[in-house]
Structure formats: C-alpha cells, structure tokens
Design a protein around this ligand. Structure first.
Ligand code: R5P
Length: 311
C-alpha cells in the first residue's frame, strides 16, 4: 500500500521536459482505440492541440442561473466560435439543432442540487450509454468530489463511465468539483486531477490556480480549465492565457463567455439584440484567439474590444 502520509506535494515535475505525444496530438492518449482518437480529434483541434469547450450545463444543479435563463437565445449565437458543446442532454436536445457539427460532451451524472448543503452526496449515473450513442456524444462528463464525503461514489461513477466509454470509444471528461469545505490550492488540484486521470479519465477539468504548471505536468492526460465566476473580460483572458501557457490544453468555460450582458451580471451597456449577441460572441472569439492562435492576454483583450465595438 502507498504511504498514508496525507496530501503532500511532490518536488520534481521536470518542467524543463516537454510531455511526450507519441504521434498523436492529444497528450497521453496515443494508445487509445481509433474511434476514441477520432472523437478526441474532434474535441482537441489537431492544428493547435487545444480546445474551447462552451460549458452551459450549470442548470443541472443550479436551475435557471444568471446568463442562462434562456438557453434557446444564448447558446446559438456562440456556436461558430467554440469547438465543443458541454451540456446536459436535455439542454442539447431542446436548444441546439441536430444539424450542428459541433462535438458534444454530455453530462453523464446527476448530482445534488444547490439546495443541498453537501453537494458531494446523492449523485448517480444520469445517462445511459445507449442514449449517449444515440445523441452522437463525442465525450461524457462525470463530476467527482475528491476529499468530500461523496468521493468514493463519484469515483465509482467515473470508473463505470470510463469502462463504458472504452467499450464504445467515447472519452470521459473527469470534472474536479470543489466542495465548500475544500481549499482551492495547488496541493488539492494536484491530488484531484491526478486521481481522476489514474482512474481512467481521458481528459480532466479543473480550476486555474498558482503552480498550475506543476498540476498540468503531473497530469498524464490533457487538462482544461473551468472559467468559474464571471470576471472582467481582461482578467478572464489573463486566466485563460496563463493556463494555456502553463500547460492547459484549453478551457471549458461558461459564465465568462455567456454572462456578458448587464442583465446577466456583466458590465456592458447592451442596447439591442444585435449588440447583445456581439458581446457574447466577442468574448468567445477572444478566448479562441488565446487557446488556438497564441494571442497574449493583452492582444486577445484588444481583439475583444475591437470585435465588440465593430459589431
Ligand atoms: C458547473 O457546474 C459546471 O461544471 C461548469 O461546466 C463549469 O463550472 C464551467 O463553467 P464556468 O466557466 O461557468 O465555471
């Protein structure tokens, strides 16, 4: 048995040595099946190795959260500017046209709603693999709660999703959820991201924090960062820029993209529908420039302002 020494940090992450890719552009996944690699190639652009996932799954635990009150209005204008749609099957079926060519990362678990004090317990499988296939899922997303009472059950769900995904060539995004009682620091994210990868998740979603380079280096599969609460656009772009520079392979971002309007808690004056869409689109575009085109945060923010003002 490994040492029971608590959560310690390692020391040597060999940050001067680039990760191995072995002929496939997605880190750590060169030995997957053809079908899984084909799906991963739809998620991570072969040209950059990175991805912009649009996360709009918040309603599965939060209900009609600010910025996502009307899925049918908010999501569609954003589609041209993102690579992947990360959502529940209910949101996808009802609000996204089946003619979309965007790959889908579908929530595969149900979890406790925001009405519960401890959201780590009470979750379970939320999607049958047959239905995922029927929806042409390119990936499944499973929430996990490392260090919380629901840790064991959520890892069980992750493992079963990975088993099913391996059978049908569908990768699993392991999502690091942070309970109220847990500290969001590098030590925690190092532990949680590595645990999810070691249990078979082909991709891991976590939050950006200090010492992110170590976290990305120690995770044998790609990490994408969640955006978290709405920030001013320049700060959100700086976070995305730093994350990618320090080893993230993209973002799975929601509120910092779709909460651009005053009604949704953003800071812009948006007089009409066209301007409303411009605000949404410009942030999605600017994030894409950081993730795929090597823009710095400053350059991306300038692009954001230019696109927003031009529209
Ligand atoms: C929240 O429950 C989901 O995991 C979201 O997909 C995740 O938090 C990313 O969205 P945001 O960028 O808004 O944090």
């Amino acid at each position: 048995m490994a040492d029971n020494v608590g959560n310690t940090m390692g020391k040597d992450y060999h940050l001067d040595v680039a990760p191995r890719f072995d002929g496939f552009h997605v880190k750590g996944l060169s030995h997957c099946s053809w079908g899984m690699k084909n799906r991963l190639s739809r998620i991570f652009r072969p040209s950059s190795g990175n991805t912009v996932m649009l996360a709009f799954d918040h309603g599965y635990i939060m209900g009609s959260t600010s910025g996502l009150e009307r899925l049918d209005i908010v999501i569609e204008p954003l589609l041209p500017f993102v690579d992947v749609l990360m959502a529940t099957r209910g949101a996808l079926r009802s609000c996204v046209s089946p003619s979309t060519d965007k790959p889908l990362c579908i929530r595969a678990t149900h979890d406790a709603s925001v009405l519960h004090e401890d959201m780590s317990v009470g979750g379970g499988a939320g999607l049958d693999m047959e239905d995922a296939l029927r929806m042409n899922a390119s990936a499944l997303a499973v929430q996990t709660f490392i260090g919380a009472p629901g840790e064991g059950d959520s890892l069980e769900l992750l493992c079963r999703a990975v088993d099913q995904g391996e059978r049908y060539g569908i990768p699993v995004l392991g999502v690091v959820a942070v309970g109220k009682q847990l500290v969001r620091n590098a030590r925690y994210f190092l532990l949680a991201t590595r645990i999810l990868a070691e249990h078979g998740a082909q991709m891991v979603k976590t939050y950006y924090c200090g010492d992110f380079e170590e976290i990305a280096a120690a995770c044998p599969v790609p990490i994408v960062i969640a955006g978290g609460k709405k920030l001013p656009e320049d700060e959100a772009l700086t976070m995305a820029y730093r994350a990618v520079r320090e080893g993230a392979r993209g973002v799975d971002m929601g509120r910092n993209i779709f909460r651009g309007t005053p009604a949704a808690g953003g800071g812009h004056e948006v007089p009409d529908r066209e301007a409303y869409e411009a605000v949404l689109d410009s942030m999605a575009m600017a994030v894409g420039k950081v993730v795929h085109e090597g823009f710095t945060d400053r350059e991306a923010y300038e692009a954001f302002l230019e696109i927003k003002n031009r529209s």
